[in-house]
Write a protein that binds this ligand. Structure first.
Ligand code: ADP
Ligand code: MG
Length: 273
């Protein structure tokens, strides 16, 4: 379990979640063509835990991540980061918050090719207006096994190595939460395992909080908890998910009678907003 010695499900109930969604709704379009990408999601993610968000294509995973990370604003409901409501912040405040308090890992790595590995890792601190902490950058690069590669360019690294740089970059500001969107989607199995092991290590050894969208049951098994979305709604969860249980759950969701996110007949509820 985590280095802090506290299992995720043994945490005091009153501890402030790292991320919390309360009645979050997000629709695209209007009238009969409206798509309810998120139809009212309530979820709290404990600090220092690793959560996998899963679900069939179109179930709302990306919308969930965008809303939770302050990249998109819900139509109704609230998103809280470490107890602070962020869903009502203005654009400038949100941008500032994303730079300093949220880390991102994307499927396509998204490193800047003209910067060195070290400069890429330091970039979030520079953007946040903080003092670049080179010692921490080197320490994080060592943790992801890239101590010798600090002065290389991303183009000189393999995909797995680039994603490990992206992880170091996501951790540099000691964010409240790291959001990873299919972080292993572009990697071979071996590199994927390395990256997943390092996400796990960031939680266990650095106290990071990680929320990862994935459709891979093996990837999900690195998490403490897998939560499932279907048709824009939460559809169950597994603690200490094992790949077989996750596969079974995914199969069950995929073969449910189509309840794709089109329940546009219900009037939007503002009960929770
Ligand atoms: P997932 O990531 O699980 O595949 P998404 O969150 O991307 O699901 O999408 C959920 C639903 O919302 C889908 O039906 C999708 O077509 C729709 N959707 C997502 N983004 C948009 C958008 N920008 N405009 C219109 N519909 C969208
Ligand atoms: Mg998606």
């Amino acid at each position: 379990m985590s280095a802090s010695g506290v299992p995720p499900d043994g945490r005091p109930a009153l501890e402030t979640p790292a991320v919390e969604l309360r009645g979050v709704r997000r629709s695209y379009g209007r009238g009969t063509g409206a798509v309810h990408a998120l139809g009212g999601v309530d979820l709290a993610l404990a600090a220092g835990t690793f959560t996998a968000v899963m679900g069939p294509s179109g179930s709302g995973k990306s919308t969930f991540l965008q809303c939770a990370a302050g990249l998109d604003r819900p139509d109704a409901g609230q998103v809280l980061l470490a107890g602070q409501v962020i869903s009502s912040l203005g654009e400038d405040a949100l941008t500032k918050l994303r730079r300093s308090r949220i880390g991102f890992v994307f499927q396509a790595f998204n490193l800047l090719p003209s910067l060195t590995v070290l400069q890429n890792v330091l970039l979030p601190q520079r953007l946040a207006g903080g003092r670049p902490d080179k010692a921490r950058a080197h320490e994080l690069l060592a943790r992801v096994g890239l101590a010798e590669h600090a002065s290389r360019r991303p183009g000189q690294l393999s995909g797995g190595q680039q994603q490990r740089v992206a992880l170091a970059r996501a951790l540099i500001t000691r964010p409240d939460v790291v959001f990873a969107d299919e972080p292993t989607g572009a990697l071979d199995t071996g590199s994927a395992h390395e990256v997943l092991g390092m996400l796990r290590g960031a939680v266990d050894n650095l106290g990071a909080t990680v929320v990862m969208v994935t459709h891979d049951p093996v990837a999900a098994s690195f998490a403490d908890r897998a939560v499932f979305l279907a048709g824009g709604l939460l559809a169950g969860e597994l603690h200490h998910p094992d790949p077989h249980a996750v596969s079974d759950r995914m199969l069950a969701l995929a073969t449910l009678p189509a309840r794709s996110p089109v329940a546009a007949s219900t009037a939007p509820s503002h009960a929770r907003s």
